[in-house]
Design a protein around this ligand. Structure first.
Ligand code: FES
Ligand code: MG
Length: 600
């Protein structure tokens, strides 16, 4: 037992982890530190460097992720901030997820990225961790993982791309991807023009330049007090973005020394503010799923902040930000109008200013010491409270016999407001394949008053809850000039999309006793936004009987029959099997049940 204890423990590699927690993977604390230093020194670090606060920087650059294309420059600037403040920055990778290159969906991989993030922050000797993210699912994945790891975390967002230009008109991913594609489908523009548009929709690196999911999550991250206020909107290719990165490096060292963990910063007040901002920006419906997932990672909040609260907060929050898809402008306009500094100042009377921020100051104190000047242009992009775009509830949660645990709608993006109170006959598609086969069939029995329903695209159903909820208008109706119809699904839609579209129906049809699973073509459905009601107009007995019959068929294998999808999922291998067996429903965040603070 002659273990020497005089190895200098004050010179420890990352004071916040490993050694001080008694995690001695090599049997003895002093020997563990000795060994770690052996290996890290292979990279040329000195004792002096290793005695500094160690700031991890998560690099999510990938050749398949143009939204993170500026990560190398951000890393350089963040390192500068760390080193100027007396820390040592060490870069490491996690997986990267881009919307377009994530089969079957980026949402399918979000929880994997959150696990990767959580475990690598926990595993490695970092005192604080800068997390470079931006594309839709990456920021929620990193915040979810960061909250669970609960070391000081500093999101560093890649920022929005610039808008492009087509024949003198600004265009940008991806609201204009959809508008222009719809025009092409309706024969309003030709092949040559759509090809030209394709070149300009994403003219620079960075995240989608409208108020889609990426921009929404960026604004929410600022509202939660986790990033510098400019960090929500400074363009990916701007000098301002690099200054935010440098500032993040500086703050990482401060946060490391103060041991400012996400669980200590975030509170019900922070999430209240996030919900106010979500409503005021007319944010992406995806953010409602992500916010619930983030909330449910926090041990103090997971049971008392429910989806319904996002709706309640919306009822007293006006829509102020005039950005596509709810409005007309781009993220660069939002930034030039003052971005989150302007928006939070406008929203001041509605916010819980006592919420803490990453600086150690409250949100109120942070706003007090951040210069803000209003001007005419700013008022056109970020309206004053007295002149909102829409008085309340840009996003709403509705309930009813079809969606006992809720469904979500971005009412502000509805193109035909009459549909916000509508009764019609359902035209049901069982899944995406069924939709693809029949939607444009000239013989499809559908009118502009029909309600288009697609099932089988919930968290489990597809799997990964694809953004297929924005069912295109059937070609024959589009050609007649129909631009909006009421649509219902258990899936999501892109934050950059618009229309009168009910999403995230919970429980999803993939669950054997889901009421949504038994909706049939010809059923009458009634929707009333004001009453927050979505009702299948059949009597209770018939509804119960349909559910029981379907449940029996899905959960009991009959001799000689092929196993139902549900039964196949119970034994499926790999990540997909894990996903299908443990993902919770969209109103809970579509997280894995064993990752929530409450556990399985
Ligand atoms: Fe990455 Fe839109 S594709 S943010
Ligand atoms: Mg998106």
């Amino acid at each position: 037992d002659a273990i020497r204890n005089d190895y200098d423990l004050s010179q420890s590699l990352a004071t916040g982890s490993g050694l001080r927690q008694g995690l001695t993977s090599y049997g003895h604390a002093h020997f563990s530190l000795f060994l770690r230093k052996v290996f890290i020194k292979a990279l040329g670090y000195s004792e002096d460097a290793l005695s500094r606060p160690i700031i991890g920087i998560i690099d999510t650059n990938s050749g398949f992720n143009p939204c993170h294309g500026n990560a190398p420059q951000l890393i350089e600037a963040a390192k500068r901030g760390v080193h100027l403040s007396g820390g040592i920055a060490i870069v490491f990778p996690t997986i990267s997820i881009h919307e377009g290159f994530s089969h079957p969906t980026s949402m399918f991989l979000r929880n994997l990225m959150s696990m990767d993030t959580e475990e690598m922050i926990k595993a490695q000797p970092v005192d604080a961790c800068i997390m470079i993210g931006g594309c839709d699912k990456t920021v929620p994945a990193q915040i979810m993982g960061g909250i669970s790891a609960n070391k000081p975390i500093l999101p560093l967002l890649t920022g929005p791309m610039m808008p492009g230009s087509h024949r003198g008109k600004r265009i940008g991913a991806c609201t204009d991807c959809r508008n222009n594609w719809a025009s092409y489908r309706a024969d309003k523009i030709d092949m040559e023009e759509i090809m030209g548009i394709n070149e300009e929709l994403a003219p620079t690196i960075g995240t989608c330049g409208v108020m889609g999911t990426a921009s929404t999550m960026a604004c929410i991250t600022a509202a939660l007090g986790l990033i510098p206020l400019q960090g929500a909107s400074a363009p990916a290719v701007s000098a301002a973005r690099l200054r935010v990165a440098e500032q993040t490096g500086t703050h990482a060292v401060v946060a490391a020394k103060a041991k400012r963990t996400p669980q200590s910063i975030l509170s019900a007040d922070s999430f209240y503010n996030a919900a106010v901002v979500l409503q005021a920006i007319g944010g992406s419906t995806n953010a409602m799923v992500h916010l619930m997932a983030i909330i449910n990672r926090h041990p103090d909040l997971n049971s008392n902040f429910k989806l319904e609260r996002l709706d309640l907060i919306g009822r007293t929050t006006p829509l102020l930000v005039d950005l596509k898809p709810s409005g007309d402008n781009y993220m660069t306009d939002f930034h030039n109008a003052g971005g989150m500094i302007c928006l939070l100042n406008r929203l001041r009377p509605l916010l819980h200013l006592n919420a803490l921020t990453y600086t150690g100051k409250t949100l109120g104190e942070l706003l007090d010491c951040t210069p803000f000047r209003d001007f005419e242009y700013a008022r056109t992009i970020i309206r004053p409270l007295s002149d909102p775009l829409c008085p309340s509830s840009s996003l709403a949660v509705v309930y009813g016999n079809m969606a006992p645990n809720g469904a979500v709608i971005k009412a502000s993006a509805s193109k035909d407001k009459r549909l916000l109170q509508h009764r019609g006959k359902a035209v049901v598609f069982e899944n995406s394949q069924d939709l693809a086969l029949r939607l444009d069939d000239p013989n499809l029995d559908v009118t502009a008053d029909s309600i288009l329903v697609i099932k089988g695209i919930g968290p489990i159903g597809n799997p990964g809850m694809p953004e297929a909820g924005m069912i295109p208008i059937p070609r024959k109706l589009a050609a007649q000039g129909v631009t909006d119809m009421l649509r219902v699904s258990d899936g999501r839609m892109s934050g950059t999309a618009g229309g009168t579209i009910l999403l995230h129906v919970s429980p999803e049809s993939g669950i054997p006793d889901s009421p949504f699973g038994v909706v049939q073509t010809g059923d009458e459905i009634e929707f009333c936004l004001d009453e927050r009601n979505l009702e299948l107009l059949i009597n209770v007995e018939e509804l119960q009987e349909r559910i029981a019959r379907r449940k029996d068929a899905l959960t009991n294998a009959k001799d000689g029959e092929q196993q139902s999808q549900w039964l196949q999922r119970q034994t499926r291998r790999g990540y997909r099997g894990l996903y299908e067996r443990t993902v919770n429903q969209s109103h809970q965040g579509a997280d894995f049940d064993f990752l929530t603070a409450a556990g399985a």
